[in-house]
Design a protein around this ligand. Structure first.
Ligand code: SF4
Length: 218
């Protein structure tokens, strides 16, 4: 159907996604345009075909791809700290394992169309494994994560659109989880503790960014 809303949205967002991919490549990242989430899932499954350990960065975008069971079926040990059945010790073990796993897969909180990657973390396991350590790092960003602006705009997006929803999703006792509005809180449950801006690919890391022309995560 060439006249439906999603078709029109996809046409208009493709240009922005492709421009973002070009700028990521200029910044030394491997970057791939994915027309659909299924293309990103296939790339991850191929990349992890021989992986013994695959770490997941607690990302709704990655969860949306529906790859966990397929990776397990390939024989990979998954390090998913967000599994609600884990004990605190098991959660720590998963987070530490992510730092040196064969393949680490995570989402991105905000991606400028200039190719800068911005993430805000509470623990820091996700951002640290996104920078250095795993054999291969794959970062996934839906078109909704692209900010046509600068780093300040990217941080604003995270505080307005991403962190409040994630606070609610994680059952955090923060003002934003109740009202949807960031109050730069002092809550002991605050999830905004570490801000990482990747201006260029870190020099010793193998990082591929998948830019998906569909909405993924928050
Ligand atoms: S600083 Fe606090 S209120 Fe603001 S988005 Fe982060 S957790 Fe929510």
């Amino acid at each position: 159907m060439k006249d439906n809303t999603e078709y029109i949205r996809k046409q208009t967002s493709e240009l922005l996604c492709r421009q973002t991919v070009e700028n990521l490549v200029q910044r030394n990242f491997d970057a791939i345009y994915c027309d659909k989430a299924a293309n990103a899932a296939d790339f991850i499954l191929d990349s992890a075909a021989n992986a013994k350990t695959v770490g997941m960065g607690g990302s709704q975008s990655v969860k949306d791809l529906g790859i966990f069971e397929k990776l397990r079926a390939k024989g990979a040990k998954l390090l998913i700290h967000s599994d609600p059945n884990l004990t605190p010790d098991e959660r720590n073990y998963a987070m530490k394992g992510q730092q040196t796993c064969d393949v680490f897969v995570s989402g991105i909180n905000a991606l400028t169309s200039n190719g800068e990657i911005v993430n805000i973390d509470g623990v820091g396991n996700r951002v640290s494994a996104s920078i250095f350590g795993p054999g291969k790092i794959i970062l996934v960003a839906g078109r909704n994560k692209i900010v046509n602006g600068d780093i300040a705009d990217a941080i604003k997006r995270i505080k307005q659109a991403s962190a409040p929803v994630n606070s609610l999703r994680l059952s955090k006792d923060t003002p934003c989880a109740k009202t949807g509005i960031c109050e730069d809180c002092d809550s002991s449950d605050r999830i905004c503790r570490v801000t990482v801006i990747m201006e260029r690919k870190p020099s010793r890391s193998d990082i591929t960014v998948l830019v998906v022309n569909e909405d993924l995560g928050f």
